[in-house]
Write a protein that binds this ligand. Structure first.
Ligand code: ADP
Ligand code: TZD
Length: 593
């Protein structure tokens, strides 16, 4: 780059006493500064929303962004801004942007960046950083930290921009890295000094880069498609497994065509629910353990064989039979193949292209799966659904997970465009199986890590990016991780209804302190807490609900009015199990002889 870069006559260290207007005033009309270049580069790439938390050195940046028409959503803690950015990335196929201050703000955002990367959500964490010269000599700058080095192992790519003329290319690189191939989190380090740097305005504008085709289609090789079809053709008990990669890919019509034209039963992973409505006759969700154990050919579409699928082996997959099963896997990441078990037919490419190629290859004479298989599934499904309906119809006092979720299920059915956010242990497991989803990308949850704390960040992002009603179904412990963001929800007047499943503790509220001491057990909270008052404190609607009727009424009103609402749903504190459905992952104390 030939452009001459001038550093504005600003002090070397960040100076809190400097007034925001000074830098702008010092510039002539013919120059452009780092602040403006960052804003222009983002806008050029159709970024319209920033999730962040202001402070040195990015306070002015947040103000200027807002002044220039970007929507700046300011949070109370960076982790939630980061989670919002990650969810926005998943929902929009544009990288969600999280903007933080240096060291502690950066670290607070980093958990969300690592989580986004783990979930394959495109996101960019942009953090201001302290003076390189001081940081690298470890001379103790304000919020000193080598952020780039720390971010690198925790995300897909990490970059630092040192010169104003590289802002355009730096942001372009971040966007392409987040979106192309397997999507993920990118860190972009912007040192304080960069913002006040100036360069010739015309050259500055020329230095900006609009990323062309940031997530190029990747067509599968024709022989790989043929191989996959051959394996599928030979199946007696085929199964399609849809993961959140399939939801992200927005290949909804192609996926529906594949499922319906082949007639193969399918199972959605939790965030793929709604790709086809959960009430679809080919859904095998109600008989999940049966189909996983029995299927002889499994077509994975944007789902990894990680712990959530018992690594593709063992008891879940039929024990001894597991070796006879063949997997076909569609994924954009070639190294995902054979990660846990052999993949008989890898199909590497983007889901839209791969699924289209399969549908094309089915031909007119495709034989639907043997009736023995589909009717065995249908029979079990009907039996299990009837059993579930019986359980849901009960009305115990106090409420339990089932009776509370039964009314939420009805409200979601009546409002299929609503987005459900879901975290907790029992609250998560029960909601996942009880609350049917009808449209794609309407369910956001704890994802690949099973992480608590995504609740309010995801809810804010869902409301901001879609404008649709959001229902956040939260365990009381789970809610606590991001609870302060109800102020953010109220401040932006977002159509979010939080339902806290209040059973007085982590998993349950019944543990006792084995020592007999005065402290309550580690999993127990204040009994009878009124989370609804927290929402009222910021002007939202708070409701204390002890019956399904009260819960249903409040939820309907919240969805209809769009007013920020928190329903404190009192759940039997003895209901639920330790760690929900993953109790077996708890290390057991060695048995005493
Ligand atoms: P789930 O938790 O729902 O099972 P995972 O997060 O384990 O889903 O898997 C998602 C997979 O989807 C990842 O392996 C990722 O590489 C893949 N993926 C994401 N987007 C695409 C896409 N557009 N085309 C193909 N594969 C994709
Ligand atoms: N910390 C983080 C960041 N993620 C986690 N998953 C946990 C801790 C451990 N954990 C779970 O896996 S679920 C859970 C915790 C603390 C909360 C369960 O209690 P809850 O839900 O009240 O949210 P239920 O419905 O009462 O079980």
């Amino acid at each position: 780059m030939s452009a001459e870069v001038k550093t504005a006559p600003a002090p070397l260290v960040a100076d809190a006493s400097r007034q925001p207007g000074d830098v702008a005033a010092a510039q002539s009309a013919a120059t452009i500064d780092g602040f403006q270049l960052v804003i222009d580069a983002l806008k050029l790439n159709d970024i319209d929303t920033i999730f962040g938390l202001p402070g040195i050195p990015i306070t002015d940046l947040t103000r200027k962004m807002q002044a220039e028409g970007l929507r700046v959503i300011s949070f109370r803690h960076e982790q939630h801004a980061g989670n919002a950015a990650a969810a926005a990335g998943f929902l929009t196929q544009k990288p969600g942007i999280c903007l933080t201050v240096s060291a502690p703000g950066f670290l607070n955002g980093l958990t969300a960046l690592a989580n986004a990367t783990t979930n394959c959500f495109p996101m960019i964490l942009i953090s201001g950083s302290s003076e390189r010269e001081i940081v690298d000599l470890q001379q103790g700058d304000y919020e000193e930290m080598d952020q780039l080095a720390i971010a690198k192992p925790l995300c897909k790519a990490a970059y630092r921009v040192l010169h104003a003329q590289d802002i355009g290319i730096g942001i372009a690189r971040a966007i392409r890295s987040a979106l192309s191939g397997r999507p993920g989190g990118v860190y972009l380090d912007l040192p304080a000094k960069l913002f006040a740097q100036t360069m010739d305005a015309a050259e500055g504008r020329r230095s900006l880069v609009k990323v062309v085709d940031p997530a190029p289609r990747q067509l599968p090789a024709p022989d790989a498609v043929r191989r996959a079809l051959d394996v599928l053709k030979g199946a007696k008990r085929p199964l399609i497994l849809l993961g959140k990669g399939a939801a992200y890919a927005r290949a909804d019509a192609e996926i529906r065509a594949l499922v319906e034209k082949t007639g193969i039963p399918y199972l959605p992973m939790s965030m793929a629910k709604g790709l086809l409505p959960d009430t679809h006759p080919q859904s095998a969700s109600a008989t999940r353990s049966y189909v996983l154990a029995e299927a002889d050919v499994v077509l994975l579409v944007g789902a990894r064989l990680n712990w959530l699928l018992s690594h593709g082996k063992g008891k879940t997959w039929g024990g001894a039979n597991a070796n006879e099963r063949q997997f076909i896997q569609i994924d954009i990441s070639p190294t995902e193949m054979d990660s846990n078990v052999p993949i008989a037919a890898p199909l590497v490419g983007d889901i839209g292209s791969c699924v289209s190629a399969l549908v094309e290859g089915l031909g007119a004479k495709w034989a639907k799966p043997p009736a023995e298989w589909t009717s065995a599934i249908a029979e079990r499904r009907e039996k299990n659904l009837a059993k579930m309906a019986e359980t849901l119809a009960k009305n115990p006092s106090p409420m339990n997970f089932h009776s509370a979720l039964n009314v939420i299920r009805d409200v979601v059915k009546a409002n299929p465009e609503a987005i459900v956010v879901n975290e907790g242990a029992n609250t998560l497991d029960f909601a996942r199986s009880i609350v049917d989803m009808y449209e794609p990308r309407k369910r956001l949850d704890v994802g690949t890590w099973g992480i608590m704390g995504i609740g309010m960040g995801y809810a804010v992002a869902a409301a901001v990016t879609t404008g649709k009603p959001v229902i956040a179904i939260e365990g009381d412990s789970a809610f606590g991780f991001s609870g302060m963001e109800v102020e953010t929800i109220c401040r932006y007047n977002l159509p979010v209804c939080v339902v806290v499943f209040n059973n007085n503790g982590v998993y349950r509220g019944t543990d006792v302190n084995a020592s007999g001491g005065a402290d309550v057990a580690p999993t127990v909270f204040v009994k009878g807490a009124r989370y609804d008052k927290l929402m009222e404190a910021f002007g939202g609607v708070g409701v204390h609900a002890t019956t399904p009727a009260e819960l249903g009424k409040a939820l309907k009103e919240a969805v209809a009015s769009g007013k920020p609402t928190l329903i404190n749903a009192v759940i039997d504190e003895t209901a639920g199990t330790e760690s929900g459905r993953i109790t077996s992952l708890n290390p057991q104390a060695a048995k005493k002889k």
